[in-house]
Design a protein around this ligand. Sequence first.
Ligand code: 5GP
Length: 192
Amino acid sequence: MIFVVSGPGGVGKGTIVSRLRERMPDLWVSRSWTTRARRPGEPATAYTFVDRDLFLAHAEQGGFLEWAELAANHELYGTPWPEAPPGVDVLLEIDLQGAAQVRERHPEAVVILVVAPSPDAQAARMRARGDSEEQVQARLALGLEEERAGRELADHVVVNDELDRAVEEVAGILSRSPRAPGDEAWPYSSRR
Ligand code: 5GP
């Protein structure tokens, strides 16, 4: 089963996914490629950091399950074809353009939209992690439109009002999602 945690920038998707990883060690969380620079203090394993030429060459070869250029920073982000063992659930933490691509290729994917309780809370979270004021304003402006589109796409909407509660809610969605017969179809590595 593919689970997609998506939502506007700065709503806390990454924090929720780190907490899920801790409590669900069997979950296979994809590591994305990105062209953006590593943030100060960010672990080297947060992404596969690459330059634009390498990213685009990989995209050209069909190396990504989905990829997108983010309007907020004009950087590229992509999910390499997951190499999870067969039968293991895969979790992607990606933006909404990517979520729409996954949904198109894998209609059975479960899309969870995470939203901030308010624009102020979202801005505070982005500032706390070191985003520039310019990035904060750009992402906030996009956020409302993204949330609207996300609500149309998503199977579940989770408000990140309180971290523990939100993590609990997402974990519940993951554990309750019914598997279709024969759904243990990983690896989906067939690069369709
Ligand atoms: P950040 O630069 O703050 O780490 O991430 C910015 C945005 O990119 C977040 O909304 C994150 O979910 C999204 N993102 C991370 N990896 C991917 C990916 O592989 N594909 C897509 N489409 N978005 C991604």
